[in-house]
Design a protein around this ligand. Structure first.
Ligand code: AMP
Length: 120
């Protein structure tokens, strides 16, 4: 069962500057900001500004170029805020730990031996 998606999503509202966030990178279609509950020394959310895709599989099927842009922004954030090595996590579905049904990547870097995958 798919969770219903309320629009605008919380991440669309961050992209529209309706909700404050610590934004670290932005392109025309993608935005990156610090996670409000960090699980690693660097924990940044990278997401399309539009909430049209609920998860990474839907994004890959519907707009692979946009997924590539998310990955490229994630790489840039990891090299700016960390040493360039990072973990990229797409929680998918409630059983996979997804709580916001607007596709997003978690960029985790620094001290990863202490970062749990669950709830990343
Ligand atoms: P997930 O559980 O994979 O759907 O990830 C959602 C993430 O969004 C969680 O790590 C939350 O801490 C984060 N989050 C929720 N609301 C905000 C917000 N207003 N600003 C920044 N991060 C948020």
């Amino acid at each position: 069962m798919s969770e219903p998606v309320e629009r605008p999503t919380i991440f669309e509202r961050i992209a529209a500057r309706e909700i404050p966030a610590r934004i670290v990178a932005e392109t025309d279609r993608v935005i990156a900001f610090h996670d409000i509950a960090p699980k690693a020394p660097v924990h940044v959310i990278v997401t399309p500004k539009s909430g049209d895709y609920r998860d990474v599989a839907a994004l890959a099927a519907g707009d692979p170029g946009l997924l590539a842009e998310v990955v490229e922004v994630a790489r840039g954030v990891a090299s700016e805020l960390g040493d360039g090595d990072y973990r990229l996590v797409f929680n998918t579905g409630p059983g996979g730990g997804q709580t916001v049904f607007h596709v997003h990547a978690h960029v985790l870097a620094g001290g990863l031996e202490e970062a749990s995958l669950a709830g990343a």
